[in-house]
Design a protein around this ligand. Sequence first.
Ligand code: SAM
Ligand code: CA
Length: 247
Amino acid sequence: MATNGADQQNQAGRHQEVGHKSLLQSDALYQYILETSVYPREPESMKELREVTAKHPWNIMTTSADEGQFLNMLLKLINAKNTMEIGVFTGYSLLATALAIPDDGKILAMDINRENYDLGRPIIEKAGVAHKIDFREGPALQLLDQLVEDEKNHGSYDFIFVDADKDNYINYHKRLIDLVKVGGLIGYDNTLWNGSVVAPPDAPLRKYVRYYRDFVLELNKALAADPRIEICMLPVGDGITLCRRIK
Ligand code: SAM
Ligand code: CA
């Protein structure tokens, strides 16, 4: 029989009530992915950060371990060096990025809340990658406006991960399209929004899911119609839409 300690460990390894679980046919299938190919290869620092974050009352916001692994692989595949992240929380996707880019790589990381980042920062420091991160506290839109004002920032980012306030994604896109380089990628996270993008109008959705759903639907339409990018929507995590700038 399993001991209490082992039980607790198993619980920590199971995903909790997070948005991405509805996207696969079964929980068992998702658990299989985690146990077979994600957890065995997860860097120790990411595991530690995931476990610290699991105790946070807003742990539902964190990037899932499989998506962290995906981002880490993607960044290496595209040789990303100059990157940006909008929406840091405790820093799981930030750490996945910091571990993937070279030692002289950069991440401009933005969040309106520094306290949550401060929870993750000691782990990021211990992993030896904090020097790549330039964290700015404040509303991302204002920071982006400042960046866009300076021409030398245009076309300078290899990769931008957007995981913040969904009602602003379209506004972010208007600015990010100038900041990402031609051939570079923007990743918009949660574009399947808990599966609610296909929910019938009378479906019993949680209040925040219902509130943001229309913004996500609008974003998805706008991205599909934008001739400046190629897109690929992946059912990883809660859905991520990759946009490759082509002009
Ligand atoms: N990527 C994070 C991770 O891996 O854990 C999760 C980010 S969480 C889903 C969304 C974050 O966006 C929150 O930390 C929140 O404080 C931040 N946020 C919300 N509105 C924002 C805004 N206007 N500008 C910058 N950050 C914002
Ligand atoms: Ca997310």
